[in-house]
Design a protein around this ligand. Structure first.
Ligand code: SF4
Ligand code: SF4
Length: 133
């Protein structure tokens, strides 16, 4: 495949396996995330934080259910249109721009990441995606 024709959909396709939605304290949320998700779930911001968040190092993170999954994981993400920036950004993240070999490491935990592309293509796609966030 010609380098410039490689797109974000070539290097990553989410299989909705839900692996990244498991584990306590993994999903930080911003003020803007809280506003958007609270509106979507029809609760006010304060109640939203009390009901759906925990604090980690003083910052709100999404709470998890007894099964260890994010409170919003119901076979798939139930708040997909307004999911937190951190979830929307994955896997087009800063850490790969700093160290491209992280892409292959991340692929060991995320089955949607494809590793048969050059670092150059991966970095270019990430830079393009970051502009859209
Ligand atoms: S681990 Fe990767 S493939 Fe699975 S749901 Fe998360 S982003 Fe999608
Ligand atoms: S908000 Fe959605 S994508 Fe993000 S961790 Fe929760 S269920 Fe997964």
């Amino acid at each position: 495949m010609k380098s410039n024709s490689v797109t974000k959909d070539d290097i990553f396709k989410c299989t909705m396996c839900g692996e990244c939605c498991v584990g306590y304290g993994g999903t930080y949320i911003t003020e803007d995330d809280i506003k958007r998700i609270a509106e979507f779930t029809k609760v006010d911001g304060t109640s939203f934080v009390e009901k759906y968040c925990n604090l980690s190092a003083g910052k709100p993170v999404l709470a998890v259910d007894e099964d260890g999954k994010c409170v919003f994981f119901k076979n798939k993400c139930s708040i997909h249109p307004v999911k937190p920036r951190m979830c929307r950004a994955w896997p087009y993240i800063e850490g790969v721009l700093k160290e491209p070999s992280n892409w292959k490491l991340m692929a060991t935990a995320c089955e949607g990441i494809r590793t048969n592309f050059s670092d150059e293509d991966v970095v270019r796609c990430i830079l393009e995606e970051q502009k859209k966030l």
